[in-house]
Design a binder for this molecule. Structure first.
Ligand code: F6P
Length: 487
């Protein structure tokens, strides 16, 4: 089926017309449309944080969505700044300091839209890990007078980001840098904290933008610097086209809805616990990592909206690597392993390079993998072939078993005409709405992330113990490890 910018072949999935009728009925019974409309209207869809969920407002045309004036005010200012940075030959290195949603989306999109950038004129770097091995080698290569640091943090309190931001500022000052105003900018909802840090060039956003849904906001600044204002607007327009499709297409012709329903089908009716994403485009190399946060932070929940334990499984594990690299690593398991793992192939018809023969090879590989998963090969078929390297002492029928494929392994293939800003925007928005759909059927809050809090609190409690070595009150395992790790 064709949705805006994205064509989907769903025909290799383990569903027939009756299954789809059943799933669509289930969606109606769960009030999917009412839940969708409430979110798009700006009702409090994230009750545990008391917030609306309005990332769709960030890509609505001027005058069309909620908060339009504020959204377009910041967008205009942010894009004008991005253009000033692009026009400044003195700024050759842009460093985005952020983590989670303040890193994964921009990092993925900048790589995907590389051919729309002018990499020759400036380099974009992304620092996320609190591990000093991330920022230290980068700083060693940079020149303070030619570098712009963007501190990207919705809260402006995240440990990793603040540690890296302080390290960057200390390095900048130690190198003799003085014009913090020219060399530091921030994207945050906590404008006050950014000002206290000493940053005056700040682009704000709002608490109704979830971190993992924020690449459309000021968090998208590195994307805008990489590809320019017009391409950033095209990214938003592509996402908006998908928003309209999600909001208005009948459920049976609504691509994010159908994908979300098939996800529920595999997770709850087939018991499949993971899904592999295989983008056959090097530009989408970071898409699986981006989707891991989008899907698993959103739907990795075990209680419903009323806090009741759910009697069913929720988010699958999402993982993957670009094709064809994955083929030479774990595709063995996809074809012959004991688990059935649905695969999502993403193919792009028109490449942005001139190596047409290689592009045909790439597409042939993509088609072949989904075909092989579906068709399989019986032991009889395998036995009838001449084994290329048959050992002399292995019986032919034993070898035939090893060389057979069960087949009937499900996959979806998504096709983009080209990896344009609009196509990328539509693709990402499609994933957002698909996650919403499965979350709505499971009855969970897809927009909070309390599961990250316990580890953060324990980390804060352990930090001083790494200095003073105090282990009193700790469990034995942690005490032993702490003693071993102390410097
Ligand atoms: O991992 C938890 C989380 O809160 C994510 O949801 C978020 O994207 C990330 O941390 C970064 O948060 P912030 O943008 O506030 O630094």
């Amino acid at each position: 089926m064709q949705a805006p910018e994205v064509y989907a072949d769903l025909s290799k999935n383990l569903v027939d017309a009756a299954t789809m009728r059943f799933l669509l009925d289930l969606a109606r019974d769960c009030g999917l449309q009412a839940q969708r409309d409430a979110m798009l209207r700006g009702d409090v869809a994230n009750a545990t944080e008391g917030r609306a969920v309005l990332h769709t407002a960030l890509r609505a045309p001027r005058g069309a969505g909620p908060y339009s004036e504020e959204v377009h005010g910041v967008l205009d200012a942010m894009l004008a700044y991005a253009e000033r940075v692009r026009a400044d030959p003195g700024l050759t290195d842009i460093v985005n300091i952020g983590i989670g949603g303040s890193d994964l989306g921009p990092r993925m999109a900048v790589q995907a839209l590389q051919t729309y950038g002018d990499e020759g004129r400036r380099r974009l770097h992304f620092v996320s890990n609190v591990d000093g091995h991330d920022i230290a080698p980068l700083l060693a290569r940079l020149e303070p007078t030619r570098t712009l640091f963007i501190v990207a943090s919705k809260t402006f309190t995240t440990q990793e980001t603040m540690a890296n931001a302080h390290a960057a500022r200390a390095w900048f000052v130690a190198q003799g840098g003085s014009d913090v105003n020219r060399h530091f900018a921030a994207a945050t909802t906590n404008v006050k904290a950014a000002a206290e840090f000493g940053i005056r060039t700040t682009f704000g956003f709002w608490d109704w933008v979830g971190g993992r849904y924020s690449l459309w906001s000021a968090i998208g600044l590195p994307i805008a610097i990489a590809v320019g204002a017009a391409n950033f607007r095209a990214l938003l327009a592509g996402a908006h086209a998908m928003d309209r499709h999600f909001a208005s297409a009948p459920l049976a012709q609504n691509l994010p809805v159908l994908l979300g329903l098939i996800d529920v089908w595999y997770r709850n009716f087939h018991g499949l616990s993971s899904r592999s994403v295989a983008p056959y485009h090097q530009g989408l190399a970071r898409l699986p990592a981006y989707l891991q946060q989008l899907e698993m932070e959103s739907n990795g929940k075990r209680v419903d909206r009323d806090g009741r334990p759910l009697p069913l499984a929720t988010s699958p594990v999402v993982w993957g690597e670009p094709g064809t690299n994955g083929q030479h690593a774990y595709f063995q398991m996809l074809h012959q392993g004991s688990d059935v793992i649905p695969v999502e192939f993403i193919a792009v018809r028109t490449p942005a390079h001139e190596l047409h023969e290689q592009h045909r090879m790439l597409l042939a590989n993509c088609l072949a993998q989904s075909q092989a998963l579906m068709l399989g090969k019986t032991a009889d078929e395998a036995g009838a072939e001449r084994a290329p390297t048959a050992g002399a002492d292995i019986a032919p029928q034993v070898l035939a078993q090893h060389r057979s494929f069960p087949g009937n392994r499900p996959s979806t293939t998504l096709v983009l005409e080209a990896l344009t800003p609009a196509a990328l925007g539509a693709l990402i928005a499609m994933y957002e709405h698909r996650v919403f759909t499965s979350g709505a059927l499971w009855g969970i809050n897809s927009f909070d992330q309390w599961g990250v809090e316990l580890g953060k609190a324990l980390c804060n409690a352990l930090l001083p113990r790494l200095i003073d070595g105090q282990t009193r009150g700790l469990d034995g395992s942690t005490a032993g490890l702490l003693q071993r790790l102390r410097g």
